[in-house]
Design a protein around this ligand. Structure first.
Ligand SMILES: Cc1cc2nc3c(=O)[nH]c(=O)nc-3n(C[C@H](O)[C@H](O)[C@H](O)COP(=O)(O)OP(=O)(O)OC[C@H]3O[C@@H](n4cnc5c(N)ncnc54)[C@H](O)[C@@H]3O)c2cc1C
Length: 434
């Protein structure tokens, strides 16, 4: 049975675009389908419109999921390779404080344009506005896939992402497709998602302020289940900011669990109390609020924690202890997360144990490959999720293009590109050796 293409890639997000490009570069005839009429909506809104492409150090420890398997995939396309790949596409990257890497231009638009140009250059046929609702396996003398009852492909790469921000096209419909092909999907829930506080909680009045904090997820017995450090932002509904997004999936996964904040990281109840007692001797007329401000808490937060302008020397032991407890172990009564509409990532998905991570080939359905967020992998905030998409997408594309498919002779441009890549790698190696 003749096929329309060697590889059909379903989903033209970060992972699907990489997969299609590298399958094309491997010589396969590739068709890339996406349900959205405008491709790349999620890349465009990523990193506040600047696209945080990766991080200068990415390890498996930055992800939730099977870390051995994740490490294997990440090794095949590391940060250095990512930087070189985007430079080659005309998108040089810069490092910002904290290690996040962004395009020098600060434009996510440049990233999507470059990825689309790379896919076109690799000969990929891109079809937008076609949502895939069925992937059937036809068992003739040669196994093929039939997509949406009209497109025949030898191999299929599922890169449909998760459920976060469904209006971008990632509506979770890929889960039904992958289940129909024999896979399982774990429970999925929002990750990197803002958290909602009890209505009218005093912290919501501080909307717009932020503070460096340690956040702790505590189990019912008070046992610390997870901690994270970074900037916390107060909003009209509750909490956001990097540390809140990072810890959100752990709070959700640990229910029933409580969230607490230490607003002066490094301080304990005992150390802060000792500081206040010492300060009361040295500076008896100072207030607790002014001491908290001096220690870096925003004005409105310091005043809310210690509203009474009573000088330190006249604060009772009980009053002091309540304030100290609230500063180093403030309960944050979260009622819910903000849901997939506001989540940057989806936790859960197809278990990595159902995929051969040397190739991203399905262990369940021959000819099927999986990459990106549809898999049970979610990373911290900071470029890690895209790094997973780039690495797993490239691997799936290369493997699917290689495993089957008639090889097209390399075009003159592709030959030049391959030669340039080899030269660049050699130059980088000798620069490092020198
Ligand atoms: C607001 C926001 C900001 C983010 N910022 C960053 C950041 O700066 N750095 C970072 O590392 N990560 C960031 N992320 C996370 C990152 O965008 C994702 O992890 C990554 O895009 C996942 O890539 P993917 O290709 O697997 O899935 P997606 O990007 O979700 O792409 C899936 C594609 O499949 C298509 N599709 C789905 N179902 C079907 C179907 N049935 N038929 C056809 N097409 C289908 C969708 O239209 C979509 O185009 C951000 C996420 C959000 C929501």
């Amino acid at each position: 049975m003749s096929t329309d293409c060697d590889v059909a890639v379903i989903g033209a997000g970060a992972a699907g675009l990489m997969a299609a490009t590298f399958a094309g570069r491997a010589g396969a005839r590739v068709t890339l389908l996406d349900g959205a009429s405008r491709i790349g909506a999620k890349i465009l809104i990523s990193g506040g419109g600047r696209c945080n492409i990766t991080h200068d150090v990415v390890t498996a420890a930055d992800f939730n999921g099977n870390r051995n398997a994740i490490a294997r995939v990440l090794r095949t396309f590391d940060v250095e390779a990512t930087v070189a790949f985007f430079a080659e596409l005309g998108v040089p990257l810069k490092r910002e404080a904290g290690g996040k890497l962004f395009p020098v231009s600060n434009r996510a638009r440049d990233v999507i344009d470059a990825l689309l140009a790379a896919a076109h250059a690799a000969g990929v046929t891109i079809v937008s506005g076609e949502k895939v609702t069925s992937v059937a396996v036809l068992n003739g003398n040669r196994r093929t896939f039939l997509i949406n009852d009209h497109l025949r492909a030898e191999n299929v790469i599922l890169a449909t992402g998760g459920r976060s921000v469904p209006k971008t096209g990632s509506d979770g419909s890929g889960y039904a497709l992958v289940r129909a092909l024999g896979h399982t999907v774990t429970a999925v829930f929002p990750a990197l998602v803002p958290l909602v506080l009890e209505s009218g909680h005093w912290l919501t009045a501080l909307s717009g302020s932020s503070v460096e904090a340690d956040l702790l997820v505590k189990g019912p017995g008070g046992r610390i289940l997870q901690r994270a450090s970074g900037s916390m932002l107060f909003t009209h509904f509750g909490l956001s900011g990097p540390v809140v997004l990072d810890i959100s999936r752990h709070w959700i996964a640990s229910q029933p669990a409580a969230l607490h904040a230490n607003l002066l990281p490094g301080e304990t109840f005992e150390s802060l109390e000792a500081t206040l007692i010492g300060e009361a001797r040295r500076n008896p007329m100072m207030t607790i609020a002014s001491l908290l401000r001096r220690r870096g808490l925003p004005d409105r937060l310091a005043t809310a924690l210690a509203p009474d302008a009573t000088p330190l020397v006249r604060v009772t032991k009980e009053e002091r202890r309540i304030i100290v407890r609230n500063v180093v172990d403030l309960p944050l009564p979260v009622t819910r997360d903000r849901g997939f509409e506001y989540a940057e990532v989806t936790a859960g998905g197809v278990p990595l144990s159902e995929v051969d991570v040397r190739t991203m080939a399905s262990r369940v359905c021959e000819g099927l490959f999986l990459c990106g967020e549809i898999l049970d992998v979610d990373g911290k905030i900071g470029g890690y999720n895209f790094q997973w998409a780039w690495a797993s997408g490239k691997l799936a594309g290369e493997s699917s293009g290689r495993v089957k498919g008639e090889r097209k002779p390399e075009t003159r441009n592709q030959k030049l590109e391959t030669r340039n890549q080899k030269l660049e790698t050699r130059t980088r190696r000798s620069a490092r050796a020198g």
